[in-house]
Design a protein around this ligand. Structure first.
Ligand code: AMP
Ligand code: ZN
Length: 120
């Protein structure tokens, strides 16, 4: 895959990036968007989503512009710090066994309650 993947017309997150599907936007720039998760698992649950259709974290980290990879990570980390001073959890599910349900890379930023370990 080159480093300029085209939008996938069947991808939910590509449709949110383009505006075809509405979402609750928190932030947007050229490289990432941040939206509220529609099914929050904690008092604060947001998603950092790349504007380009990278199918998973490995493809994204392996092929995208390193500056975009850095921006993706720093957006999630900064958001987590702003959401709740007591801490947060950043999660990237990958593949069926990892619990990934939308094949477009995204980071969950979850906070507002005590997390437990190991995850389910
Ligand atoms: P994952 O299971 O890691 O692939 O995460 C996909 C996430 O997308 C889940 O937490 C869903 O609740 C969330 N989601 C699905 N549809 C929407 C939507 N239309 N707007 C916002 N979040 C969504
Ligand atoms: Zn997509």
């Amino acid at each position: 895959m080159d480093n300029d993947p085209k939008p996938d017309p069947n991808c939910l997150f590509c449709k949110i990036v383009s505006g075809e599907v509405p979402a609750s936007f928190v932030y947007r720039d050229e490289d990432v968007i941040v939206i509220d998760d529609i099914n929050p698992v904690a008092p604060q649950h947001r998603l950092v989503i790349t504007t380009k259709h990278w199918p998973n974290a490995a493809r994204f980290a392996g092929s995208a512009d390193p500056a975009v990879v850095a921006r993706f990570f720093s957006t999630g980390a900064q958001l987590g710090r702003e959401q709740w001073e007591q801490g947060d959890r950043l999660v990237i599910n990958t593949g069926p066994a990892g619990g990934q349900t939308v094949d477009h890379v995204h980071m969950h930023v979850i906070s507002g309650r005590q997390m437990t370990w190991p995850p389910g």
